[in-house]
Design a protein around this ligand. Structure first.
Ligand code: ADP
Length: 392
């Protein structure tokens, strides 16, 4: 089955075409469009399984033009398309056929994910026009993996009308947490059913999931992706009293709070330098005190939340690092491990330093084990789409 995976962020789109037979699939074709400098042009990069690369610029791009160029370059017509959709509330537990009714339900979550859901659903519409109605389209939701949370883990301690209004913890990065926790259990060679794993997805956005027997039981992101860990430019959890104070004393509007909490906080806010970990590490090596402080706050936040998730699992068998920072920064992994040494975490430092991937990086015989696993979100989206299509 030829599955075209479309994974759209707020200003980029990753596409992977899988010729899906078994589970050990690599994409046969991939494309990446980036329109973060939209006024100028979108950059389109296409590569084939044989490694052939084609780059082009699309002047004055809109979603429709970008998708037209992408589909024109496809080496074969897909049998199905599978879309990552950020917010599906508690409605969708697995990949679902995107009927008009489902699309409308997903659109209903747009106020909760304004920079993702509308754009992702616009892409679904455009793809239907381009591929025709005979090619079914599936949605794989970032919230789906966390629909297993018990009320104890998802109800906020506000008045009961919050819950009635849909204000509850949903959790995000679910596709990544699902893939990474299941892959880690495989790498550990044990029973998935018996595993208690914390997955640390550390990218521009950062979140943890507590996964028991392959099922999410707790997670750090909440009603929105602002909650939990300190992130690149997002604050993570802060005292809600600060927001009240900013409104009362400094006349902040909802838009000002949103902009500051999402774009001007986290590593960028603390340092005034950047929310990008590579730049932060470079500044730290150059002796920057604010960079050192941001690094310490960031790694303490991870360690504190990891420890805070353990009661939900009754113990911890493995801690798994993934995404841009988790996969690539031995400094962050070492600092977090150091702060969790009291739990028995003991890193094998030479292994940690040697670009580990899909492997254990803690000392032999120690527990909890620590791993690095590459997040393969697009593969996971294709897998879930294949499973749903096979069931139908
Ligand atoms: P997104 O959440 O947008 O998908 P990524 O998962 O690509 O982002 O993660 C981006 C983060 O990963 C950035 O902070 C970037 O600096 C960091 N990163 C990427 N490579 C490295 C590296 N070699 N060392 C440290 N941090 C890195």
């Amino acid at each position: 089955m030829k599955i075209l995976v479309l994974n759209a962020g707020s200003s980029s789109l990753k596409c992977h075409l899988f010729d899906w037979v078994g589970e050990s699939q690599k994409p046969v074709w991939q494309a990446h469009a980036d329109w973060s400098r939209k006024q100028v042009a979108a950059r389109l990069t296409i590569s084939t399984a044989e490694g052939k690369l084609q780059e082009s610029e699309i002047p004055n791009p809109d979603v429709s033009t970008i998708l037209r160029q992408l589909t024109a370059a496809l080496p074969m017509v897909p049998d199905v398309a599978a879309h990552r959709i950020v917010h599906g509330g508690s409605l969708f537990h697995k990949a679902v056929l995107l009927t008009p009714e489902v699309q409308q339900q997903a659109m209903g979550f747009s106020p909760f994910a304004p920079s993702h859901n509308p754009m992702q659903l616009e892409i679904v519409d455009e793809m239907e026009r381009m591929l025709g109605p005979k090619v079914p389209q599936y949605g794989v939701f970032d919230t789906a993996f966390h629909t297993t949370l018990a009320p104890e883990a998802y109800v906020y301690a506000g008045p009961s009308h919050w819950l009635e209004r849909g204000i509850r913890r949903y959790g995000f990065h679910g596709i990544s947490h699902q893939y990474v926790s299941h892959h880690a259990a495989k790498l550990l060679g044990g029973e998935l059913a018996a595993s208690r794993i914390v997955t640390a997805h550390l990218g521009n956005g950062c979140s943890l999931a507590a996964v028991v027997g392959g099922v999410s039981v707790a997670t750090t992101m909440g009603f929105t992706p602002l909650d939990g860990l300190v992130m690149g430019t997002r604050s993570g959890s802060v005292d809600p009293g600060i927001l009240i104070h900013l409104v009362r004393q400094y006349g902040y509007s909802a838009d000002m709070l949103e902009a500051e909490l999402n774009q001007e906080s986290g590593l960028k806010g603390i340092t005034g330098i950047s929310g990008d970990m590579r730049e932060l590490l470079a500044a730290m090596q150059g002796g920057s005190e604010p960079a050192r402080l941001a690094f310490d706050i960031y790694t303490s936040s991870i360690a504190r939340f990891v420890a805070g998730l353990i009661p939900a699992m009754g113990g911890l068998d493995a801690l798994v690092f993934t995404a841009g920072i988790g996969e690539n920064s031995p400094e962050v992994r070492a600092a977090v491990a150091d702060k969790l040494a009291f739990l028995g975490v003991a890193m094998d430092e030479p292994v940690n330093q040697n670009k580990p991937m899909d492997q254990v990086i803690s000392q032999a015989g120690t527990k909890p084990q620590v791993l690095v696993v590459r997040s393969e979100e697009d593969w996971e989206i294709a897998r879930q789409c294949f499973a749903a299509q096979s069931e139908s």
